[in-house]
Write a protein that binds this ligand. Structure first.
Ligand code: ADP
Ligand code: MG
Length: 667
């Protein structure tokens, strides 16, 4: 059940639930060598029974260590029983992230060991998995170990020549090593192999899909429709040249000989939604139904509302419905019925759209928004609900064309390379915490002028409990710091979908002026009246992610501002963040980030978890992606259906991948 929450339902999925990073247990340091933001170990003498205090909803256990007049404060949340495990008069090794709070050096939630136990851990690499509340790192690593120990080794399935030419490690070794590495060099090799496999299988499947699509006739031929024209006439703006060009490509496909499979690639704010709506209306005008799938409930709701508004303004009578997880069973049933009997023309929704119960009566077009958040398989499942409907996918992934051609190998690509003309470039600044007060004054000024503000707090991955605390606490403090008449609310991942929707709707309606949020608003959210994006602890985010966040402002005619607040004064952090001020080009940003961090830093912040890759990163591993693509090309050139004896194991592996999608792992 808990494993399910992190997307692990089968043994194969567990094995490909790769560690997020690794922890190396290093020698304890002296207090004089403590460095903030570093995970370090210290040797500490516990003088007395730890104190437990109630603050707010948490019981906080505190120990203060002293060494030659320097102090280190250790705190644990909601672990009052610790007081009995740390005995006065004993020495322990404490290990955790060093932080500076109110002028004091602190470690929150440090691990602790007896000196003997620590000696055993010293210099070993421990896997760190992505966690969810209630599922501990120990539980995951134990489960993985059990499976790995008890499993029969799989035969190698990559052709010998590929392994040799690409210098790839053996597959069983790679799997064992990625979870339990013994040394760094092995880990690099293991990762390389798994990344290669992931890309390779992905590309092989795409190629097969492309071959299959080539022969698919257009069974839902669509002529230009008056609904689309009407929408255009009613829009308060004129389409950009790029939007017009892309639309003409889509129009040609819809009416062409083969079924459409097209990607619209366009940076944040380039106006993809309206193009999708034009296509959906063309379907409706031709008597077909259309579906639009978005990766989050917030985004689906937003699309639903803005589509309804646009249709009302243009006096188009198409019936639109929304289908998301948070509808009641009864509401869902009503939508299923209306979609099945054809009353609904356009249905907008989340993954809920690909549930079994959803049946269409004459589905002619499916659109997926922010495709990089979905798997190819989900896109296919939705398309499978009609008899070969047209497929349009949209993505803001800032990747150069050469990579897009590989990653979206089964699609034709249209590029929206022009922002609407009314946009002013966003003004950026990178500041430290001392600037916060001025930033607040600035927010007051913008809200007084009628604008709106986002403030983003970092997720607290080590302790999901604290994420909520972070946002709620911050909001409280912010309310005190701002003019009392300003309406501030918060949003975080743990809220019920219905609550999230309500907050988002109130923000979109301008009722909420300042929205404090985690990155749940990262994708697609469109509130053109918002002009300030302030990101706290910006150093904890990947630059590509910060670029996405920045894309939430500058979506209207007003001058917009991004304030990246860095939680430390480290010059490297600053240098990294300043890349953002220099450029608005998502790919440039991602590649500069990579250069600064260096290739050794494979396991740092993942750029953005693009597509469904579990270990590969299209930015960091662009070289391997190209290599995998070339090898796939070569292989299919020799043996298009992988029918040679030498490719039998690979074929089997590919089938398993397509069926289960377990990354590079088979059982
Ligand atoms: P994205 O490509 O990031 O999905 P959206 O489709 O959400 O962008 O569009 C962003 C904003 O730009 C919306 O408020 C939309 O109404 C507006 N917009 C779209 N096209 C144009 C245009 N040609 N001129 C002016 N504004 C536009
Ligand atoms: Mg969008």
């Amino acid at each position: 059940m808990l494993f399910h929450r992190v997307g692990v339902d089968t043994v194969g999925e567990l094995l490909s639930y790769y560690p997020r990073t690794y922890d190396v247990y290093q020698e304890p340091v002296t207090f004089a060598n403590l460095e903030t933001e570093q995970v370090q170990a210290v040797t500490g003498f516990v003088r007395k029974v730890p104190a437990v205090n109630k603050t707010g909803r948490y019981a906080v256990t505190t120990v203060v260590l002293e060494e030659f007049g320097a102090f280190l404060h250790l705190t644990w949340f909601n672990m009052p029983y610790l007081k009995n495990s740390l005995s006065p008069g004993s020495t322990y090794i404490f290990r955790g992230r060093v932080q500076k709070k109110k002028g004091r050096l602190v470690m929150e939630q440090p691990e602790f060991f007896t000196p003997e136990a620590y000696q055993e851990k010293l210099n070993t690499m421990q896997p760190i998995y992505g966690l969810t509340a209630g599922l501990s790192n120990k539980t995951i690593s134990k489960a993985v170990k059990q499976i790995l120990d008890g499993r029969d080794l799989n035969p190698e399935y990559l052709p010998e020549a590929i392994r040799r030419d690409q210098e790839l490690a053996e597959s069983n070794f790679a799997l064992q090593t990625i979870h339990f590495p013994v040394k760094w060099e092995d880990l690099i090799l293991a990762r390389k192999r798994l990344v290669f496999d992931e890309f390779f299988l992905f590309i092989l499947s795409l190629r097969q899909m492309k071959e299959a699509a080539k022969t698919k006739k257009n069974e839902c031929s669509m002529k230009p429709a008056k609904e689309t024209q009407r929408l255009l006439r009613a829009l308060p703006y004129e389409l950009t040249g790029a939007q017009k060009r892309v639309w003409s490509e889509i129009k040609r496909d819809l009416n062409g000989a083969r079924v459409m499979s097209r990607l619209i690639q366009g940076d944040v704010g380039s106006g993809k939604t309206v193009v999708a709506l034009m296509a959906l209306l063309c379907a409706v005008g031709n008597g077909y139904q259309g579906a639009l799938m978005a990766p989050t409930e917030v985004l689906a709701r937003q699309h639903f509302q803005s589509i309804q508004e646009m249709l009302a303004a243009a006096e188009i009578s198409a019936k639109v419905a929304v289908l998301t997880g948070s509808l009641t069973a009864r509401e869902k049933r009503e939508v299923y019925e209306a979609v099945e009997n054809g009353q609904t023309d356009i249905v907008v929704g989340t993954h809920a759209l690909i549930q079994e119960q959803v049946r269409f009566c004459r589905l002619g077009l499916v659109v997926t928004d922010e495709q990089h958040r979905f798997g190819v398989r989900q896109r296919e499942t939705l398309a499978g609900k009609g008899s070969s409907p047209h497929v349009l996918v949209m993505s803001a992934t800032p990747i150069p064309r050469t990579l897009a051609v590989i990653l979206y190998g089964d699609l034709d690509i249209s590029v929206l390379d022009e922002l609407p003309a009314n946009r002013l470039p966003i003004k950026n600044c990178v500041v430290n915490e001392s600037y916060r007060a001025s930033a607040y004054r600035f927010m007051e000024k913008e809200t007084a002028a009628g604008r709106q503000v986002y403030v983003i707090c970092a997720m607290v991955e080590e302790n999901p409990e604290l994420e909520l605390e972070n946002v709620v606490d911050y909001t409280k403090k912010l309310k005190e710091a701002l003019n009392a008449s300003i309406r501030v609310e918060y949003l975080h991942g743990k809220m019920k979908p219905a609550q999230k929707n309500e907050i988002m709707e109130r923000f979109a309606a301008g009722e909420i002026q300042v929205l404090v949020s985690t990155t749940v608003i990262e994708v697609g959210v469109n509130v053109p009246n918002a002009t300030v994006m302030m990101v706290e602890n910006a150093e904890r985010f990947g630059l590509a992610q910060l670029h996405q966040l920045r894309g939430r402002v500058g979506r209207g005619t007003y001058q917009s501002y991004c304030i990246f607040v860095s939680g430390n004064d480290n010059p490297d952090t600053r240098k990294r963040l300043e890349i953002l001020s220099r450029s608005n080009d998502g790919f440039y940003i991602a590649s500069e980030d990579l250069k600064l961090r260096g290739p050794g830093d494979f396991f740092g912040i993942r750029q953005s978890g693009l597509l469904e890759f579990k270990i590969g990163d299209v930015f960091t591993d662009a070289g391997l992606l190209k290599a995998a693509s070339e090898e796939a090309e070569k292989l299919l050139g020799q043996d298009p259906d992988l029918s040679l004896e030498a490719h039998r194991a690979l074929k089997k592996r590919l089938e398993a991948y397509q069926k289960a999608g377990t990354g590079g792992v088979s059982l």
